[in-house]
Design a binder for this molecule. Structure first.
Ligand SMILES: [Zn+2]
Length: 308
């Protein structure tokens, strides 16, 4: 069984304002990192356009329409201080959803052992009715619902190791016991949510990390909180909200992970997927803003996925 990679040139055409950290060069850096003979066996597939109707799995239609209406014919439209739309943003966002949903299809049909999706814009800050934090629609949430509605998954776990808390994913599944959301993130930091006391209906597991901590605290959070929660929940699918901005080089946060930590965490989640979900594991790119840190981390992550 192979590891599949979805990406698409349209992701480079979601433009952000000059100097913005969430920029097309992030995907170029990933592409260069994976353009190496170590990744020869990676099954590279162009991401399909998503089915617009699946956006409604996580967002009400009037919100979806309001995002669509704001897409500018030229230049930029601002949703908030961090989050912008350019003329191709709609198509990029729809293709990010398409890839996430296709990845779910692949692991349920057995076409791939596991899948990494290198897409933009990211998704985990997008709440039910709010686009924010560089995110328009919540790719991971839509993919989780797609697994439930279209593949009969009963329980889906989303593990989010982006250095920012995935307030959007937490918001969407706050009162839904069929989806487990586990997050490690720096606190305090944007967006301000993610305290341990935020537990939803027992389906939210937040493991905040203090600034200037690193590998030891991150791995301890995984061992003591994330992995036991997965064992209790026994998901039919694990989705990773794979941000790489907890890397020590990242300019937006102060957590000091290295690529070895992402390799380790990937292995832990693969073991969990082997125990509970017939190895079904889908990884979706979220943040990661230092181009070298991002490239090294994605290489470590994907190479571990390929060892499945
Ligand atoms: Zn982030």
């Amino acid at each position: 069984m192979t590891t599949r990679l979805y990406t698409h040139p349209i992701y480079l055409e979601h433009l952000t304002t000059p100097g913005h950290p969430e920029r097309p060069d992030r995907l170029r850096a990933i592409e260069r990192a994976l353009d190496d003979e170590a990744f020869e066996m990676l099954d590279r597939v162009e991401a399909p356009t998503g089915d617009e109707r699946t956006i409604a799995y996580a967002h009400p239609e009037n919100f979806v329409e309001s995002v669509r209406r704001q897409v500018p014919a030229e230049g930029f439209a601002r949703i908030d201080g961090d989050t912008t739309l350019s003329p191709k943003s709609w198509q990029a966002a729809l293709t990010a959803i398409g890839a996430a949903n296709a990845a779910v299809d692949d692991v349920f049909s057995g076409r791939a052992a596991n899948v990494f999706v290198a897409s933009r814009p990211p998704g985990h800050h997008a709440e039910k009715t709010t686009a924010m934090g560089f995110c328009l629609f919540n790719n991971a949430a839509i993919a989780a619902r797609h697994a439930q509605r279209d593949h009969g998954a009963e329980r889906v776990a989303i593990v989010d190791w982006d250095v920012h808390h995935g307030n959007g994913t937490q918001d969407i599944f706050w009162d839904d016991p069929s989806v487990l959301y586990c997050s490690t993130h720096q606190m305090p930091l944007f967006p301000g949510t993610g305290a341990k006391s935020e537990t939803g209906v027992g389906n939210i597991v937040n493991a905040p990390l203090a600034p200037d901590t690193g590998s030891d605290h991150f791995r301890e959070a995984f061992r003591s909180r994330v992995l036991p929660a997965l064992d209790r929940f026994a998901p039919d699918l694990i989705i990773i909200s794979a941000g790489f901005d907890a890397h020590h080089r990242d300019p937006l946060a102060e957590i000091n992970l290295t690529e070895a930590d992402f390799d380790w965490a990937t292995g832990q989640l693969m073991d969990s997927a082997a125990r509970h979900s017939s190895n079904r594991l889908v990884s979706l790119l979220e943040g990661g803003y230092d181009l070298h840190g991002l490239a090294f981390s994605v290489a470590a992550h994907v190479s571990r996925l390929m060892k499945g």
